[in-house]
Write a protein that binds this ligand. Structure first.
Ligand SMILES: [Zn+2]
Length: 149
């Protein structure tokens, strides 16, 4: 780090029942929070962040960065950057639908109630819907089948 450059500090802490990443400094909009660091792997995990085609980084801080549809930060060119002015104590969040092609563990968003599946959300959502619909059909046909025996 060069002398004179501002490097905000962050901490992982509990918020309700969930861990999250929080700023311990006031940071202006458009500032680098940190450079992503960690192992780059080909397959996404629950804690990784997609940085390219078949490139996912396991950053220890990003692992705790929660999703928000109106996030306080975004990822650009290997850096986590503030999207707006944030205060010390604010949670640092990103939009998983912007970073991930496919979210490995889709979930219902706390803020909007939508299912968060990644960029390929339409395709993926349709696939999940198809599996859901067909699994109930399969279950009902399995029940019919068992009644015949
Ligand atoms: Zn949402």
């Amino acid at each position: 780090m060069a002398i004179g450059t501002f490097q905000p500090s962050v901490e992982v802490k509990n918020q309700g029942s969930m861990l999250g990443l929080f700023s311990t400094d006031d940071i202006l909009s458009g500032q680098v929070i940190f450079k992503l660091e960690g192992e780059i792997i080909a397959q996404p995990t629950r804690t990784s962040l997609q940085i390219g085609m078949n490139e996912h980084i396991e950053d220890q801080r990003i692992a705790f960065t929660n999703h928000n549809c109106n996030p306080t930060a975004f990822v650009y060119d290997g850096y986590l950057i503030t999207k707006r002015n944030i205060k010390a104590g604010d949670e640092i969040t990103i939009d998983y639908n912007l970073t991930e092609e496919i979210v490995t563990h889709p979930f219902i968003c706390n803020c909007c109630g939508r299912i968060i599946t990644g960029k390929n959300s339409t395709l993926y959502r349709n696939l999940l819907l198809w599996i859901y619909l067909h699994s109930s059909l399969l279950i009902s046909s399995a029940k019919k089948g068992s009644q015949l025996r």
